[in-house]
Write a protein that binds this ligand. Structure first.
Ligand SMILES: [Zn+2]
Ligand SMILES: [Zn+2]
Length: 81
């Protein structure tokens, strides 16, 4: 059984059995032991390598990421007022 690490720190290391898959939903390569794995927060693409998730998010969810960044920026501005 392969133990992979969730990139998100609040999630504990999981076995591939817990992921429901043993392969990355983006590059289709099997996870290796201690790979960093994460899910997409914007869709249900499933478990991906952390680097694949970055790629996926920048390709598929750029608008959503920008909206999120802008949202944070607005909030920070409000703090200074
Ligand atoms: Zn991958
Ligand atoms: Zn996605």
């Amino acid at each position: 059984m392969v133990i992979v690490l969730w990139r998100d720190p609040w999630l504990k290391p999981l076995s591939d059995g817990d992921l429901g898959t043993d392969a990355c939903s983006l590059c289709k390569q099997e996870f290796q032991a201690m790979d960093y794995v994460t899910g997409c927060e914007f869709c249900t693409a499933g478990a991906m390598h952390a680097r694949c998730a970055d790629e996926h998010i920048m390709k598929k969810h750029k608008k959503q990421v920008e909206a999120k960044v802008n949202d944070h920026r607005d909030r920070r501005l409000h703090d200074y007022q």
